[in-house]
Design a protein around this ligand. Structure first.
Ligand SMILES: [Cu+2]
Length: 113
């Protein structure tokens, strides 16, 4: 009986340990207007996939492209067509993104959870 109790406690502890390393996927929609990215400040978790859906709303301005320099990602943003980019932060810190000319800026702040 004692052993069974001990095993149950062990299992519970194990379950918590697993839960704490579980990924928390998150999706954020970002509109790209002539004024920039909205929103431009995003939070994420280390090890959890972050799905960013960029939709460029207007031909005006400089939102034809989104670039993540530190990740080597560059994607064209056709007007009215959502473009999905999935990023999984590997360490704590800030991942910046910008338009092709660096005028519109945004950032993802990744923290451990
Ligand atoms: Cu620009």
């Amino acid at each position: 009986m004692k052993i069974a109790k001990y095993a149950a406690v062990c299992l519970l502890t194990f379950a918590f340990a697993v839960a704490s390393v579980e990924a928390h996927p998150k999706t954020v929609r970002i509109t790209v207007t002539k004024d920039g990215f909205s929103r431009s400040s995003i939070t994420g978790e280390v090890g959890s996939p972050l799905t960013l859906i960029f939709t460029r709303e207007s031909k005006e301005g400089c939102g034809g492209k989104v670039v993540f320099p530190s990740l080597g990602i560059s994607r064209n943003l056709p007007v009215g067509k959502p473009v999905t980019i999935v990023i999984t932060p590997r360490k704590e810190g800030t991942i910046s993104f910008a338009c092709g000319m660096g005028m519109y800026k945004g950032s993802i702040v990744a923290t451990e959870h």
